[in-house]
Design a protein around this ligand. Structure first.
Ligand SMILES: *Cc1c(COP(=O)(O)O)cnc(C)c1O
Length: 379
């Protein structure tokens, strides 16, 4: 009997998405900053503690806004990990500035604060921390380093919805935080994102950049009597149709996280004996981090073992996938960025990491199939 394949990801729908999209049509407000956007941003502000949340078409757009807000330009440098998605670096390069790639820590796979500190130069204009797998970076250290050097800390919290460090949500620690609602993230609307502005002094300008460089928000609040072009900006507003879909997901975000955590915890328990026998390494959580089960990855002993693992899972209909090609060795990274220090952990981890299927709706039997297949592949 053929068994059903287990995909790496399956976007989840709560069932309320169509109803809210219908409601958006009835509202006759389909463009951005409408009633559903207001609900989503109020939820984000309440849940994260951010001063202001702005919905964007993607996390990539939110990162681009963050670089504009940080006044990053030609000749400037922005420090970030090489082990991240392209958008973290492309937002910097789009401003004509140089992404400076530093290494990650071998435990959490998050940027190493000592490497960040060592990479600071007179040209450093911002630091971007990426919370890999929704697990918090060493935020106290990074916050201190950014403050010591007088530059903003931007959090790429694309994977971090409903994760926290201490009492505070990821994305709400730095001056700015960026979230993603892409279909591969825990909570999504196909393509979507948000900029969290945590520094009240940046809110007014953030609203202007968001609205294509106009003071439209001030106009609608009655603060100016006509609206006009006042600054840089772009089409950074998400439509209310996206927000309607997103609202259905945000309403269920706690439930989605809980269900993902059940799968994550089941993987973690089942794979413990393999780690004890030195056959693979499981994820390491950081101190004071409450994570959101965005991802379950394993580190094989070497690249050949990782490739074998992925292919043997594939033979059993289970889709496991590797992750980032380190940006410092990518064609655009080589051309547009530079490195600071060696990137041995990044190169090592990128070659050995495999991500296992994790989505809402995976049954306990699916998890057992995956862990049995991992066990058979590595033993
Ligand atoms: C997904 C992701 C992004 C990009 O998010 P989009 O919403 O697809 O633009 C950026 N950074 C990281 C770390 C991501 O995981």
């Amino acid at each position: 009997m053929a068994v059903a394949p287990i995909p790496f990801n399956r976007p989840y729908a709560t069932g309320r998405e169509f109803g809210y999209i219908r409601e958006a049509l009835d509202n006759l407000h389909l463009s951005g900053n409408g009633p559903f956007s207001a609900r989503c941003t109020a939820w984000l502000e309440e849940r994260t503690g951010a001063e202001r949340a702005l919905l964007t078409p993607s996390c990539t757009a939110a990162l681009e806004m963050a670089m504009l807000l940080a006044d990053v330009g030609p000749g400037d440098e922005v420090i970030l990990p090489s082990f991240t998605f392209v958008s973290t670096a492309s937002a910097v390069a789009l401003r004509g500035a140089t992404p400076v790639f530093v290494d990650i820590r071998p435990d959490t796979l998050n940027v190493d604060p000592e490497r960040v500190d060592a990479a600071v130069t007179a040209a450093t204009r911002a630091i971007v921390a990426v919370h890999y797998a929704g697990v918090a970076c060493d935020l106290p250290a990074l916050t201190r380093i950014a403050a010591d050097h007088g530059v903003p800390l931007v959090e790429d919290a694309a994977q971090g919805i409903l994760s926290a460090h201490g009492e505070r949500a990821l994305g709400a620690h730095g001056q700015m935080g960026c979230l993603s609602f892409h279909e591969t993230k825990n909570v999504g609307c196909g393509e979507g994102g948000a900029l969290l502005v945590n520094d009240a002094g940046l809110i007014e300008r953030a609203e202007i950049l968001h609205e294509k460089g106009t003071n439209r928000s001030q106009f609608f609040r009655g603060q100016v009597d006509k609206y006009t072009w006042v600054d840089l900006g772009s089409s950074f507003v998400a439509s209310d149709l996206s927000a309607a879909f997103l609202w259905a997901q945000l309403e269920q975000a706690e439930d989605i996280t809980r269900r993902r955590l059940e799968v994550w915890d089941a993987y973690h328990d089942a794979l413990e004996p393999l780690e004890r026998d030195g056959l693979l390494r499981r994820p390491v959580l950081s101190d004071e981090c409450r994570h959101n089960a965005h991802m379950y990855y394993v580190l094989a002993p070497d690249g050949a073992a990782r490739d074998r693992l992925i292919s043997q899972l594939g033979d059993r209909g289970i889709q496991a996938v590797f992750h980032y090609v380190p940006l410092h060795s990518s064609p655009a990274g080589l051309r547009l960025g530079r490195t600071a220090g060696d990137l041995t952990v990044t190169d090592d981890v990128a070659g050995r990491l495999a991500r296992l299927p994790l989505w809402v709706g995976m049954e306990p039997a699916d998890v057992v199939r995956v862990t049995d297949a991992v066990t058979a592949a590595v033993r």
